[in-house]
Design a protein around this ligand. Structure first.
Ligand code: GTQ
Ligand code: FE2
Length: 348
């Protein structure tokens, strides 16, 4: 590969001549476009929930109602992507607050969404006529074009992390959205119905898959935590990932939604992971424990409810000072389907 050619008056005149005809010289841009290794405008970034974000979020609760806002969400915007409404280059993240007695009206859209419960319990997300009651650490999905609304019938605020594939939908200019006639969709199935049908390693006898996303809407933390606890007793941790499980569509083994992959990892107390990088920029939140994540020269110390981003191809490792549980999501399933995903296990 050679360097970009030096400025040359004949060439500059040529570029000026072709520009009005919607033409441009590839040779001036090739090396910035076809990079030898991934580059990203996304930066490593961390949010301190308890000491910084929470008070702003609660202030937003006095400024606007959930109904007026439609969704009362503070965007977790990557400082390298200002104005883009993105946390990583391909994914949106936000923190949604729903106050006692509030509802967030029913709608559906092409974008797929995940919820990960940060604070409070007992609020619900209704998906396609079934309510999922939220407990901290629960992972809940609202797949593309499914009706969803939220409500809080408890007497405390509830906060969850939203992860959406909005930047991916935007890349393809494929956004559709529609409000429901009713503020809250009518309930057609009892709580726990989809988990009973599809979450016991069984499916209804004549069931055929209708879409790529998981028919299970809610992945309770208690189950994920118990699985990780058992694994951590049964064998050695992986050098890069410790004990890490990914959320799946139980009827296919694919990710719960086609555009967003999500995982939960348990890091034993004192564990330091081997350096690792992968092409999927990843959003993390801390469920339990304390420790740090080192991303190049950046060190993020974390505690429960903190949130942070590891950009694409950034070499990083985690250190847990106490037993820790990390939830994460990324665009890995998209990259895998497009044969783009790569990882590097450095020293692991
Ligand atoms: O809760 O339905 O953070 O539609 C962004 C878009 C949340 C939601 C967001 C949404 C929602
Ligand atoms: Fe939505």
């Amino acid at each position: 590969m050679t360097d970009t050619p030096a400025l040359n008056p004949d060439r500059t005149a040529f570029y000026d001549a072709i520009a009005p005809h919607n033409l441009a010289p590839l040779w001036e841009r090739l090396h910035a476009m076809v990079t030898r290794t991934p580059t990203t405008p996304a930066l490593p970034v961390q949010w301190d929930y308890d000491n910084v974000v929470r008070s702003f979020l609660m202030r937003s609760g006095g400024l606007i109602t959930a109904k007026e806002a439609e969704r009362r969400v503070l965007i977790l915007e990557n400082p390298g992507l200002k104005g883009h409404t993105s946390a990583t280059h391909s994914l949106f993240a936000g923190l949604q607050l729903i106050m006692p007695g509030e509802v967030a009206p029913a709608h559906r859209h092409a974008a797929s969404a995940l919820r990960f419960v940060i604070e409070g319990r007992g609020a619900y997300t209704a998906v396609e006529g079934e309510r999922a009651v939220m407990e901290p650490g629960d992972f809940i999905i609202t797949p593309s074009w499914t009706w969803h609304d939220h409500g809080n019938e408890t007497d405390s605020p509830v906060v969850w992390l939203d992860g959406l594939d909005i930047p991916i939908v935007r890349l393809f200019d494929a956004s559709f959205a529609e409000p429901n006639n009713a503020e809250s969709q009518s309930i057609s199935r009892p709580i726990g119905d989809s988990l009973a049908r599809f979450g016991a390693n069984m499916v209804p006898v004549d069931w055929k898959p209708a879409r790529a996303s998981s028919p299970v809407f809610s992945y309770p933390y208690a189950r994920s935590r118990e699985a990780l606890r058992t694994l951590s007793r049964n064998g050695d941790p992986d050098a890069c990932h410790a004990y890490k499980l990914r959320y799946i569509n139980p009827t296919s083994g694919a990710s719960a939604m086609p555009t967003i992959g999500a995982c939960m990892a348990l890091l034993p107390a004192g564990f330091t992971s081997a350096p690792y990088r992968s092409t999927d920029g990843t959003f993390y939140t801390v469920v339990e424990g304390e420790g740090e994540t080192v991303i190049g020269d950046t060190v993020f110390r974390w505690k429960p409810r903190d949130l942070f981003v590891v950009p694409s191809w950034a070499t990083h490792h985690h250190k847990a000072s106490s037993e820790a549980v990390l939830f994460s999501f990324s665009d890995r399933p998209v990259q895998e389907v497009l044969s783009l995903w790569r990882e590097d296990r450095l020293g692991g």
